[in-house]
Design a binder for this molecule. Sequence first.
Ligand code: FES
Length: 238
Amino acid sequence: MRKDKVFFNIFRFHPDTDKKPFFQKFEIPFIRKDLTVLEGLYYIQQRLDNSLAFRSSCREAICGSCAMHINGKYRLACNTQVSKLKSDTVTIRPLAHMPLHKDLFVDMNLFWEKYEHIKPYLMRGKPLQTPGEQSQSPGERAKIDILTDCILCACCHSSCPVTASHEKYLGPMALLNIDRFVSDSRDGAKEERLAIINDEHGVWRCHTVFNCQEVCPRDLNPGGSIAHLKMEIVKNKI
Ligand code: FES
């Protein structure tokens, strides 16, 4: 791998002007040894082609905005160092299974609708006997520690072959996030939540391929959540 320059091979498509998508190659200087893919995209947008479209915000692997397909895997552009890819060329495609707006910028409306569908907020059920804060023991909190780490980047959604073929399948992101509330001792709507996912578009549609676990930038395990939810449905006779 050359140390002074790197090539970015980027998926391009502008629906108003292009008949079909194509890849465009850019050569950029290897400014620093820890240059990230996102910094490379900004270099191109600011110095070589300001029409390049992509999403990003925090640049710290927290907001989940910059997920894309980079050298064969869905990753966050902001925490992927070019040097770690071990190639002279960084090939970038947009997230999959979503309509394309332009270049690397996709329409995530369906993804957000799935998130909204699982009611991603605490529901109390019965009113509290004593008003005020609802406490949680360290052991109860530990059950949701990892589940609350999801940054909704859609890497799992795009890597899932079932999501590709069944548009209505809730998918790994929504199912992991419903497990986050089913496993929360403060939530009082377990049965309602399990009923939401106990159909042909819910947990039973998962084929346990585990691509979701492999690509998650936070090392989460949506497949484990899906297995847990299936057990809860059976245990609670939903
Ligand atoms: S820009 Fe926020 S996760 Fe990459």
